[in-house]
Design a protein around this ligand. Structure first.
Ligand SMILES: NC(=O)c1ccc[n+]([C@@H]2O[C@H](COP(=O)([O-])OP(=O)(O)OC[C@H]3O[C@@H](n4cnc5c(N)ncnc54)[C@H](OP(=O)(O)O)[C@@H]3O)[C@@H](O)[C@H]2O)c1
Length: 334
């Protein structure tokens, strides 16, 4: 090869690595998702007119997804348990988009009531004729130490986050395989990839989702137009901390939760939509320094566990001394 070509190749590779290294300090998504969001298909184009079913649409990430999807021109099915909140979200979607009343179906649904999922799916299909995208987003977190936590809490977390999601997917997927097209997008978590204190049951339920959907994807190799995607956000502003399970099934969280260090919900939702529009199979979404941990856990697990254990020690100590769990990395115990 010509010396000039080799030199040019060398500089191109150097430039490629430098851009990625520089971008890494500022980015809040893995590189596949980042480049898809910057250079890929635009969600406003790709998702326009698509029928999208969002669970957990009454607050947090699901609510924001509904607003952004409405602005993209997607037709929506909004589900969660609180119908009044879903109606509020629908009103706001209509105010901020060109959608009409009939473009948004409010479909109250309890993920725990699995026997209702078939009829709810039928209702959604009858209303719009089909479903293009199911966003499995509804779920709850946990703030309690394993040694203090009732096994009932573990059962509830698995029933809601894992089985509820599997049950709805079981109803919607045959409709998509029949049409040969569709997307099942599941909001997992960074805790579907790694572990953290105070969230043993939550992490277990999200790991279960990762295992389930990664395996399901391999079974659907003969459906190239069906996307199975998992979204793994780090801390995002929402009501997740307030709604978390504690050590007893019916005991509420006492502190409202610190949000200062969390990613704005709007940014998280916009990255998720970019990922869907570009068929990204796994999305890592988190601000630095959290995002660095995803890479550390993936590529240097021994180092990652060393640092995680150091931070976990502080978090558990702070939690035991009554400091809010979400501010534990940022606030010293009183
Ligand atoms: N925020 C974060 O830091 C973060 C990070 C990683 C992953 N996630 C995941 O993101 C998803 C959305 O959470 P969020 O942060 O937006 O929290 P959120 O504000 O608490 O929203 C949770 C949603 O789930 C719904 N939900 C809860 N129990 C349900 C049930 N039994 N049946 C149907 N819907 C139910 C809630 O609606 P109703 O109460 O009206 O039913 C609500 O709309 C969850 O899967 C969570 O694990 C969040």
């Amino acid at each position: 090869m010509d010396f000039c070509v080799v030199t040019m190749l060398y500089y191109l590779i150097l430039l490629y690595i430098s851009i990625h290294l520089l971008a890494f300090f500022f980015t809040d998504a893995d590189f596949t998702l980042l480049w898809a969001s910057l250079l890929g298909r635009k969600s406003e184009v790709k998702l326009k007119g698509q029928v999208v079913w969002v669970t957990g649409a009454s607050s947090g990430i699901g609510e924001e997804l509904a607003y952004q999807l409405a602005r993209c021109g997607s037709r929506l099915i909004l589900s969660a348990r609180r119908e009044d909140e879903l109606r509020r979200v629908k009103r706001q979607c209509l105010e901020s988009s060109s959608l009409k009343d009939e473009d948004i179906l409010v479909l109250p649904l309890d993920l725990l009531e699995r026997t209702t999922h078939e009829a709810k799916t039928q209702a959604a299909i009858e209303y719009f004729g089909h479903i293009d995208i199911l966003v499995n987003n509804g779920g709850r977190s946990q703030r309690s130490l394993f040694l203090d936590t009732s096994v009932d809490v573990y059962q509830a977390l698995m029933e809601l986050n894992f089985l509820g999601t599997v049950s709805l997917t079981k109803q919607v997927l045959p409709h998509m395989t029949q049409r040969g097209t569709g997307s099942i997008v599941t909001v997992s978590s960074v805790l579907g990839l790694a572990g953290a204190p105070l969230a043993t049951g939550y992490a277990a339920s999200k790991h279960a989702l990762q295992g389930f959907f990664n395996s399901l994807r391999t079974e659907l190799y003969h459906y190239p137009n069906i996307l199975i995607s998992t979204v793994c956000p780090g801390p995002v502003q929402s009501f997740i901390a307030q709604n978390a399970f504690t050590e007893d099934l019916h005991k509420p969280v006492t502190s409202p939760g610190y949000q200062g260090h969390k990613m704005p919900t709007r940014r998280c939702a916009s990255l998720i939509l970019a990922g869907i529009a570009n068929s990204v199979k796994e999305m890592w979404i988190a601000q630095q320094p959290f995002l660095a941990f995803y890479y550390a856990w993936q590529y240097t697990p021994t180092f990652a566990w060393f640092v995680t254990n150091l931070l976990s020690k502080k978090r558990v100590q702070n939690f035991k001394s009554g400091v809010d769990a979400d501010s534990a990395y940022f606030t010293k115990p009183k």
